[in-house]
Write a protein that binds this ligand. Structure first.
Ligand code: ADP
Ligand code: ASP
Ligand code: MG
Length: 412
C-alpha cells in the first residue's frame, strides 16, 4: 500500500464532468488499496473572477489583504466539497478539508503566506479509516485563525508540502499539459516533453516564468526529497519526473527556455559614482518590501553611473515613486521606468561544462533584431531583459537554435 498525494489544477476541475473524471481516477487508485490525499485548485477562471470582484468593490484602493484572502479561498472550498461528493457517489468514502481543517498553518503575510507547519493528525486519522482526504490547495490559517493564501499557483505548494509532511510515496501534479516541456508548448510548437528534469533546473525554470509548477513547490520537493511527477489529468501516460541531478540521464546543454512578463525596469541616470550610493538606492525599496531582481550598473566618464534594476510589475508604481525620491536626493539627471519588458531565460545543467552558450544566445537575438537591455547569468542559466512585444519570438528562436538543434553535452 502506498500513500499518494495527487494535485489537480483548475482546468482539471473546470466543470462537473471534469470533476467526475477526477473522482473516477481517485476512486480507482483507492480501490487498488492505496491511501489517497487529493489537493485541488479552484475551478478554472474562478480565482481571477474573485480577484476582479475584490478590485471592483475596492475601487482605486488595494483590497484589504485579510478579506482578499477570505474571498479568494472560497474558490478551492467549492471544489473540495464538489469533488468529495463525486467520489462518495462512486461508493468510496471521502471527506473535504479546508486549509484550517487540515492543519495547514502559515505565517500572517496575506496573499503570499508561507507554510510554517502542517498538523497531519486529522488527515492521518481519516486516511487510516479508509477515506480519501480532499484538501483545499492554496490556503492555510495563521496563528490568529485568519485565512491566508499562498500566492497564485499555490496549490502546487500545498500538495508538495502535504506530501512531505505525510511522508507520501509520490506527489503527482495533474495539469493540462502532459509534463514539463523544453518551453511553454503554447508558445513554442516544437517544445518537447522531458521525461526527467533535475530539481535545480526545474527551480530555475519555475522562478523564471514556467508556470507549470509554483517555485516554492519545487523547493519543498527538493528539501524533503518528495518524488514529484507532473502529468496530464486527461491521459494515463507517464509525465515528467523531477529528480536529483545525478538521476538525469539526458544531460542537455539547454533544457528549457522560458519568459516572464511580470517585471518592470527602473533606471537612475547619472548617479554619483561613489561608495554608499547603492545602499541609499536599495534600502528604501527593501524597507517597502519590494524585491529587486536584476541590477546593472554602467559607468560614464564623468564620475557618474547609470543604475538599472528590475522589480515585480505589481510593485512598479510604488518602486518608481521611491526611486524618484532617491533620484532627487542624489541629484540624478533622470529617473526612468518601463513596465513593458520581458525577461527571457535559458536554463540547463549542461551549461556548467559548455562554453559559448551565452554567445549563441546573443547571436540568435541579434539575428532576430531583438535588443538586449540587461543580462544576468548564473551557473545554469542566462537571462536577458528585452521588449515585452518580442518575448514570444525570442522564446521560439532560442528554442529552435539552442534546444532543437543542439547536441547533448559531453558525458551525456
Ligand atoms: P494548473 O491550473 O493545472 O495549475 P497552470 O496553468 O498553472 O496549470 O500550469 C500549466 C501551464 O503551464 C500549461 O498549460 C503551460 O501553458 C504552462 N507552461 C509554461 N511553461 C511550461 C513548460 N516549460 N512546460 C509545460 N508547461 C508550461
Ligand atoms: N486557485 C489559485 C490560483 O488560481 C491557486 C492554484 O490554482 O494553484 O492561483
Ligand atoms: Mg498552476
Amino acid at each position: 500500500m502506498s500513500l499518494i498525494v495527487q494535485k489537480y489544477g483548475g482546468t482539471s476541475v473546470a466543470d462537473v464532468d471534469r470533476i467526475r473524471n477526477v473522482a473516477a481516477r481517485v476512486a480507482e487508485i483507492q480501490k487498488q488499496g492505496h491511501q489517497v490525499v487529493v489537493c485541488v485548485s479552484a475551478m478554472s477562471g474562478e480565482t481571477n473572477k474573485l480577484d476582479a470582484l475584490a478590485r471592483e468593490i475596492s475601487g482605486n484602493a488595494e483590497p484589504n489583504p485579510r478579506e482578499f484572502d477570505a474571498l479568494l479561498s472560497t474558490g478551492e472550498q467549492k471544489t473540495i466539497a464538489l469533488l468529495a461528493m463525486a467520489i462518495q457517489a462512486l461508493g468510496v468514502p471521502a471527506r473535504s478539508f479546508t486549509g484550517g481543517q487540515m492543519g495547514m498553518e502559515t505565517d500572517s503575510s496575506h496573499t503570499r503566506a508561507r507554510i510554517q507547519r502542517i498538523q497531519t493528525d486529522r488527515l492521518r486519522a481519516h486516511l487510516d479509516e479508509g477515506a480519501v482526504c480532499v484538501i483545499a490547495g492554496f490556503q492555510g490559517v495563521d496563528s490568529g485563525g485568519n485565512i491566508t493564501t499562498l500566492g497564485r499557483g499555490g496549490s502546487d505548494t500545498s500538495a508538495v508540502a502535504v506530501a512531505a509532511a505525510l511522508g507520501a510515496d509520490v506527489c503527482e501534479i495533474y495539469t493540462d499539459v502532459d509534463g514539463v516541456y523544453t518551453a511553454d508548448p503554447r508558445v513554442a510548437e516544437n517544445a518537447r516533453k522531458l521525461s526527467k528534469i533535475s530539481f535545480e533546473e526545474m527551480l530555475e525554470l519555475a522562478s523564471l516564468g514556467a508556470k507549470v509548477l509554483q517555485t516554492r513547490s519545487v523547493k519543498f520537493a527538493m528539501r524533503y526529497a518528495v518524488p514529484l511527477h507532473v502529468r496530464s489529468s486527461f491521459k494515463s501516460d507517464d509525465g515528467t519526473w523531477i529528480v536529483p541531478e545525478e538521476d538525469v540521464m539526458e544531460r542537455l546543454v539547454v533544457s528549457g527556455v522560458t519568459s516572464n512578463v511580470n517585471e518592470a525596469k527602473i533606471r537612475l541616470r547619472n548617479v554619483p559614482d561613489q561608495p554608499g550610493i547603492a545602499v541609499r538606492v536599495f534600502t528604501p525599496l527593501g524597507e517597502a518590501g519590494i524585491v529587486v531582481d536584476m541590477i546593472v550598473q554602467n559607468f560614464a566618464n564623468d564620475g557618474t553611473t547609470d543604475m538599472t534594476f528590475t522589480v515585480p510589475r505589481a510593485d512598479y508604481a510604488r518602486a518608481l515613486a521611491i526611486a524618484q525620491q532617491v533620484g532627487e536626493a542624489l541629484n540624478c539627471a533622470a529617473v526612468e521606468g518601463d513596465d513593458q519588458i520581458a525577461k527571457v531565460s535559458i536554463v540547463g545543467l549542461g551549461m556548467k561544462d559548455h562554453a559559448g552558450v551565452a554567445t549563441r544566445m546573443f547571436d540568435v537575438l541579434a539575428t532576430e533584431n531583438i535588443n538586449i537591455q540587461m543580462i544576468s547569468t548564473s551557473e545554469i542559466k542566462i537571462s536577458v531583459v528585452i521588449e515585452e512585444e518580442r518575448a514570444e519570438v525570442a522564446v521560439r528562436a532560442l528554442h529552435a537554435a539552442l534546444v532543437d538543434e543542439a547536441p547533448a553535452s559531453p558525458g551525456a
